[in-house]
Design a protein around this ligand. Structure first.
Ligand code: URA
Length: 428
């Protein structure tokens, strides 16, 4: 059968600053998934979009076309509100781990179809895989059972959701076309809409450790995604949150699981607890439960109980000791003062170089690798006090990790101005 369009014409349209029609978009994404449009043609089109953008209708059509290439999930049989959360990714961002069980305490189903990490931001599945026995892959039938009881699941997204996005994302990764708002928004939202959630809360990170380095681009990305969700019938809100500094005091897989468990036990760092409760509030409001006492469910053990049942349901042992790295290296303060620089990207890259993250998608990660932070941004420190502990199984990695970390922190005489909250803005 003759093809409806020609890839070169579609590329030329966008190259010359014209709008793509919905039909052109539907065709090019379907034809690329079928292998009719070549990688180099899709790469050229992505670059034209990166340079010249897409308007609202084009982004909607691009998202819908990617959803069309795969399956859609349905959670109607659960007879309960279904709410999902997505973070654009940051350093020390383990919030999904305590958040899913916390929201499920209130009879709201939380399906968190997650991925593995690439680059300096860790993947949720990599973190959970440090729990002995825990398995990321779950059949659809078992997923529905777990969503019925204990009510939340964090598992691997199957290959069937928006397969076009997988192919296009891999291509963007190697052609410098990731950082495009229309392409990021449609990539994230095609998967979330196909996943079949009723409503969605987005955590859009802003700062050195995030995709979006400044508040204006983060706001534009958040507004684009919120509108895409609404247009597809998924009630969507976004919080813009700070990623200038790492979140919490632990970066790295098992280290972040331990910090999540601390939060579920009613403790943990203030910023992690604040953001967990704020996102839970947004999710529960969308689920029609705005007035429940969220903090109480962390403090009285109900969220911990759901966590343990969620981990057990995927063959994990929630009470087993977590893996620890074989080697550690401590960095101490060389003077009295205030920790007035603590750069999220530097900490993320150092943790990645210690073995917590991967450079290629087939690389293994070290469960115990990462960084413990003994002081937070703006904190008063004393000469000789430990600032960071670096963890790895392979001590030859310390040198490269230190090269990344050392320019990322500084102690000064005066205190820096402190952000009032990790939450910067709300967009709905
Ligand atoms: N995450 C995604 O899923 N897609 C992007 O384009 C960027 C981040």
């Amino acid at each position: 059968m003759a093809e409806k369009f020609d890839a070169v014409d579609v590329i030329r349209t966008k190259r010359d600053h014209h709008r793509l029609s919905a039909e052109q978009i539907a065709w090019v994404i379907d034809a690329y998934t079928r292998g009719v449009v070549a990688d180099e043609q899709m790469a050229a089109l992505n670059m034209a979009i990166f340079l010249n953008g897409m308007d609202h209708d084009e982004i909607n059509a691009w998202t819908a076309a990617m959803i069309e290439t795969g399956e859609r999930m349905h959670f109607g049989a659960l007879n309960r509100p279904v709410v999902d959360k997505h973070s654009t990714g940051g350093v020390g961002d383990k919030i999904t781990l305590p958040l899913a069980p916390l929201v499920a305490v209130f009879d709201v189903a939380v399906p968190q179809l997650s991925g593995r990490g690439l680059g300096h931001t860790g993947g949720t599945l990599d973190k959970l895989e440090s729990i002995p026995g825990w398995q990321a892959s779950v059949s659809k039938e078992r997923m529905m059972e777990i969503l019925a009881d204990p009510g939340c699941i964090i598992c691997a997204a199957g290959p069937g959701l928006a397969p076009a996005d997988k192919k296009i994302y891999a291509l963007r990764d190697i052609t410098a076309t990731v950082e495009s708002i229309p392409l990021i928004a449609s990539s994230i939202m095609s998967k979330k809409i196909a996943e079949g959630t009723d409503s969605l809360v987005l955590d859009v990170k802003v700062g050195s450790g995030a995709f979006m380095k400044n508040i204006d681009t983060a706001r534009e990305l958040a507004s684009t995604m919120v509108q895409l969700g609404k247009d597809a019938g998924v009630t969507t809100v976004a919080l813009l949150t700070d990623m200038e500094h790492p979140l919490g005091r632990a970066v790295g897989n098992a280290l972040e699981v331990q910090e999540s468990v601390d939060i579920l036990a009613g403790g943990g760092p203030d910023d992690v607890r604040e953001l967990t409760i704020a996102l839970a509030r947004e999710m529960l409001t969308l689920a029609g439960k705005p007035d429940v006492d969220i903090a109480a469910a962390l403090d009285d053990g109900r969220a911990m109980d759901v966590w343990k049942r969620m981990i057990t349901a995927q063959n994990g042992d929630p009470d087993a000791p977590l893996p620890q790295a074989k080697h550690t290296h401590e960095i101490t303060a060389d003077r009295d003062g205030y920790l007035s620089t603590l750069d999220a990207l530097a900490v993320g890259v150092a943790s990645w170089r210690l073995g917590a993250g991967r450079a290629r998608k087939e690389d293994p990660v070290q469960a115990g690798a990462g960084i413990t932070l003994h002081a937070g941004f703006g904190e008063r420190v004393r000469r000789g006090q430990p600032l960071f502990t670096l963890h790895t199984d392979t001590p030859d990695r310390f040198e490269r990790a230190l090269e990344a970390l050392t320019p990322g922190f500084a102690i000064t005489d005066s205190a820096p101005s402190m952000p009032e909250s990790v939450i910067l803005e709300r967009i709905d």
